[in-house]
Every structure is written in C-alpha cells, then in structure tokens.
Design a protein around this ligand. Structure first.
Ligand code: SF4
Length: 300
C-alpha cells in the first residue's frame, strides 16, 4: 500500500536494498532518572520495575544478537540487521564501557547499522566521537527521548530535562554528518491540548532531524501514571482522537523525515489502557484509509 509518509520500512528498503530488521538489545545500562542521580522515580509513564538488574533475565549482548538474528531471519526473512541498543539509557556509562558494548556487534557480518536510544542529557562530544567511528562500517543512528517540546509537560512527567537540553544535544549531533538523529514523541501527554502537540511538530520540523518516533500515551502497570489513571486524573486519547491528531502532526513534518513508528507495541500483560493500542495493524490500516480520504499527498 502506498504510504503518505516516509515509513521506516521504506527507508530500510531504499537504504539497504534487502529486508532489514532492527534487533532490540539490552546492554544492561541504567538511567539517571531512576538510579537517584536525577531522581529515583523515573518518567511517570516508565515501568521502573523493569529497570532492576536483578529482575531482568539478561543475556550477554553477543548471545542476544545471535539469537535475534536467527529468529528474525526465519520469522521475517531478514537478510541484514541493525543492532538497536534500546533498553534504558544507552549512552549512560563511561566511554570504555560504551565502547566494549557497542563493539560486540563487530563479529556479525550481516549487521549494517547501529542505533542507540538515549536521553538528551546523556550525550557529549566524546560519546558522539565514539559512535562516529562506527560510521566507517555501519550506518549510525541516535534516538533522543524528548516526548514533548513543552517544559511544563516535561516537568509534569518527571523527565528531569528541558527542551533546551534536547536542542543542545541536536546542535552537537549536527556536527556529525554520518550520525542520524531522531526524536521520540508521545501524543496525549497529561495537560497537553491538540494545539500543544501540533506546536511540538512545528518546532521539530525546523530542526536538523533524520527521523521521529511517535507513540500514543498508554498506561502500563507499576508506573506513576498508572496510579494517577486509577484516581481518574488521566484522560487518554480515543483511537479516533489519536488518529486525527496524528494526521495533522504528520502534515507538519517534512516529507523526508523518516517516521520510525506511529503506534507503539505494549506487552499485553503490562498494558492497562487503552486496549485498542495492541491492534496495531488495524490502527495503521485505519490511518491509511483516513489519509486517503483526506487526499493527503502520498510519499514517493
Ligand atoms: S523513559 Fe527513559 S529516561 Fe525516562 S525513566 Fe525510563 S529509561 Fe529513564
């Protein structure tokens, strides 16, 4: 089906020419927003229990990569892979530890890229230099968690950084032409109007980004948000509201920004609400139908 935005799958096909799959990895990093450095509460939507080293059944990175490649080759017929350091804050360690973990990808001939997810206050020149060295052999991506460009919202969800911190991280990353930066955004955050969310789109549209990953706010167990939701303090977007805002959001984003995600996956055992979130394919089909109806220009 023709897409009305530059989807991540389209990007992967165009860039690598064969089916390429992102391998989600957990290198055992922590987060300054949960270990007490900035706070020990974490972001209000984040499941902090999942952060304990003692409750996770972590395997060495090499094993994680090998098993995921085997699985994705069989299940998705993938031929090439991107190592995605996804869990926690993946630049939150000293440079030697980071190098040791990132270097684990080197023994796998079908890995063509490395992607690192982090907070904008956990990056500096030394860490970007390290990542830039990988660009000789790999495509290098960095994903910064932002969620909203509004400081009032960032405070409300306990991000413990401001929008200015994100801008600074992007300014620094801009100096590395072979590192592709993306922003994570959540639509439907507490206290935000549709106008606030669209303002976020307008602000990001002017920034030197490669991509955006969009999530709809959802509630998972064992979070501060779950408690607020139980008390009736959180209003979630309906599927229709989310799609309407999303369509307007996408209209404001430059056509060459890669859209990494439009609907999140949530572990069904952890998800409290909204339940429609886990009907991902149906939601995306509905989005395409709405975009067709509105006559939005297809991406080509
Ligand atoms: S969402 Fe990211 S920054 Fe926030 S507590 Fe969780 S890992 Fe830390």
């Amino acid at each position: 089906m023709q897409k009305h935005y530059y989807s991540y799958n389209q990007y992967l096909r165009k860039t690598f020419g064969v089916r390429t799959h992102r391998l989600s990895l957990d290198a055992g990093f922590s987060c300054p927003n949960t270990d007490g450095t900035l706070s020990n509460q974490g972001c209000t939507f984040c499941n902090n229990k999942a952060f304990s080293r003692y409750t996770s059944q972590k395997k060495p990175i090499k094993q994680q990569i090998a098993e995921s490649i085997q699985f994705a080759s069989k299940r998705y017929k993938a031929k090439k892979f991107i190592a995605y350091f996804q869990s926690f804050t993946n630049t939150y360690a000293d440079i030697r530890t980071l190098a040791k973990e990132y270097n684990q990808i080197k023994g796998f001939k079908d890995i063509v890229g490395i992607s690192v997810s982090t907070r904008p206050d956990c990056i500096n020149k030394e860490k970007l230099d390290l990542l830039a060295r990988f660009s000789k052999d790999y495509k290098v991506y960095i994903e910064y968690g932002l969620q909203s460009t509004h400081d009032k919202t960032l405070e409300r969800i306990n991000r413990q950084h401001s929008f200015a911190t994100f801008k600074k991280a992007i300014e620094l990353t801009k100096n590395y032409k072979n590192i592709y930066p993306a922003a994570h955004i959540i639509l439907g955050l507490p206290g935000e109007s549709k106008e606030n969310m669209l303002q976020t789109a307008k602000t990001l549209a002017k920034m030197p980004l490669w991509g955006i990953k969009i999530h709809c706010l959802h509630i998972v167990k064992d979070t501060a948000l779950a408690k607020q939701y139980k008390k009736g303090q959180i209003q979630l977007l309906s599927k229709g509201q989310y799609l309407d805002i999303l369509i307007d959001f996408l209209k404001l984003i430059p056509k060459d920004f890669v859209i990494l995600r439009l609907v999140s996956d949530a572990n069904p055992k952890q998800l409290i609400a909204p339940k429609w979130l886990n009907q991902k394919n149906k939601v995306l089909q509905e989005l395409d139908k709405k975009l067709n109806k509105r006559g939005q220009r297809p991406f080509s």
